[in-house]
Ligand binder design. Structure first.
Ligand SMILES: [Fe+2]
Ligand SMILES: [Fe+2]
Length: 129
């Protein structure tokens, strides 16, 4: 994983794991909502950070990547509002979907961004020599 993105990504994965354990143990909705709050805050920061990097390096896929971030946040917020209204969408299936979209984004869009950043690095090293 690229060092510019690694820490945030690892934290997101850790939070999904915590949320997963919380759901499996049948902990309270309150507890699950707290993890989800933390997850949304971290995702917002992570996406902003990534978008700054994409802008700084003039990443060609920035528009599509940003759209994906917006879609992911919408899904998270809608889940949050269901939870806070007392609906309980959390269960194994829901957690699996949450994990799938996180991993899907990391493996696809974020992975392409990382390859681009590594490529820029390699190119600038070549120029320096
Ligand atoms: Fe990311
Ligand atoms: Fe991303």
């Amino acid at each position: 994983m690229h060092p510019l993105l690694e820490k945030d990504h690892q934290q997101l994965i850790d939070l999904i794991d915590d949320l997963d354990k919380c759901v499996l143990k049948g902990n309270s909705i309150n507890q699950a909502t707290k993890y989800l709050d933390a997850f949304i805050t971290l995702a917002e920061d992570e996406f902003k950070n990534e978008e700054r990097i994409m802008e700084a390096y003039k990443y060609p896929e920035i528009i599509d990547h940003k759209k994906e971030h917006v879609r992911l946040l919408e899904q998270l917020r809608s889940l949050h509002s269901k939870l806070s209204k007392g609906h309980t969408p959390f269960g194994k299936d829901y957690m699996q979907r949450l994990r799938n979209w996180l991993e899907g984004h990391l493996l696809d869009a974020d992975n392409r961004l990382e390859e681009f950043l590594y490529q820029i690095n390699a190119d600038s090293n070549k120029i320096e020599k």
